[in-house]
Design a protein around this ligand. Structure first.
Ligand code: ZN
Ligand code: ZN
Length: 344
């Protein structure tokens, strides 16, 4: 079978690899039908993520946003799973023994392994995994099934943020993750404002039911967002960019006693006035990936909004062009919302 293998920093090639063995008890083999490419894939490919592990992660088959169909089932799998069924893959495996696992926070496990980062992922024709990772999903579209994973980040973010109906929520960054956060927040009854540098991305935000604001200068944006929310500023602000200026704006615009939620990943550093944290008594909340219950919630959310979710997909490439697809996504941020790589 064919696999797109990342062999080192900036090096990906299509190789022939042996088929996985027959699934053992509790295991499944799936055929990845669509794999979404996201920021963490860029970071892995360009070495920011992979070199932190001293190159130990190479060679790796990337791809953690996976829509797939089941091709083989081992003994003892749960009865709802059938061969031929479309599934979304939950990429996280946790140890179950460390402190975060012991307090029900498996998504921040000290020893966690992510399919597509620490384990081989979806950019290959067959993937063997354990049955706990696969969730049946009802959608006609293969690519939409791959969106369950980014949606699960949105579900995790609104659950960390404890968003209540009618709350004024600002989302900085209108890329796929920002849109997923917005959709999940909308379902909780939030009033939404989305902010981005790109007018094009904000077009999608309107469909999600958000008001929009183009990012200009930080001071201007903070003032406008506080004016929009009224009454002392937005209760919840989510940063889905990982850009220092946006993170600082989040801290400045959020209401006193509010929640500032960091979803965007980055290795950059940010300077901010320490007093803003104490005076406002902010809850500063980080968001990683999600647990299995939240993944199931994300699957249901994608099923309910599959037409809207489909519109987040901006380009599709076949598996043979996986290296080109990744380079295209990295090189064309203004044209790309979500790039998906198709299996046959
Ligand atoms: Zn992702
Ligand atoms: Zn653990």
């Amino acid at each position: 079978m064919r696999a797109a293998v990342t062999s080192g920093v900036g090096e990906m090639a299509l190789l022939e690899r042996p088929e996985p063995p027959r699934p053992g008890p509790g295991e499944v083999v799936v055929h990845p039908e669509a794999v979404g490419i996201c920021g963490s894939d860029y970071h892995f490919f360009t070495g920011e993520l992979s070199s932190a592990a001293g190159g130990a992660l190479f060679p790796r088959v990337q791809g953690h946003e996976i829509g797939a169909s089941i091709t083989a089932l081992g003994e003892g799998c749960r009865p709802e799973l059938r061969v031929g069924q479309r599934v979304a893959v939950w990429p996280l495996q946790a140890c179950g023994e460390c402190y975060p696992c012991s307090v029900g926070r498996e998504n921040t496990c000290d020893n966690f392994q992510l399919i597509g980062i620490h384990l081989d992922g979806g950019l290959q024709e067959r993937l063997r995994t354990i049955q706990d990772q696969v969730f049946p999903i009802r959608t006609e579209s293969r690519a939409v099934a791959a969106m369950a994973e980014p949606m699960s980040i949105g579900v995790r973010a609104v659950s960390r943020a404890r968003i209540q109906p009618g709350e004024w929520v600002v989302v900085l960054g209108a890329g796929p993750i920002g849109q997923c956060v917005a959709l999940a927040a909308r379902e909780r009854g939030a009033e939404l404002l989305m902010i981005d540098r790109q007018q094009r991305r904000l077009g999608m935000s309107t469909d999600v039911g958000a008001e929009t604001l183009l990012w200009t200068e930080a001071d201007e944006v903070v003032l406008a967002a506080r004016g929009w929310a009224g009454g002392g500023g937005p209760r919840v602000v989510v940063d889905a960019t990982g850009v220092p200026a946006a993170v600082r704006a989040m801290i400045e615009m959020v209401a006193s006693a509010g929640r500032a939620v960091q979803v965007g990943m980055s290795g950059e550093e940010v300077s901010m006035r320490i007093g803003s944290l104490t005076e406002k008594e902010l809850d500063l909340l980080g968001v990683s990936c999600c647990g299995s219950n939240e993944f199931a919630e994300a699957v249901a959310l994608v099923e309910r909004h599959d037409a809207l979710v489909a519109r987040m997909i901006s380009q599709e490439f076949p598996l043979e062009q996986a290296p080109e697809a990744l380079r295209f996504a990295i090189g064309n941020p203004h044209e790309v919302m979500k790039v998906v790589i198709r299996g046959e």
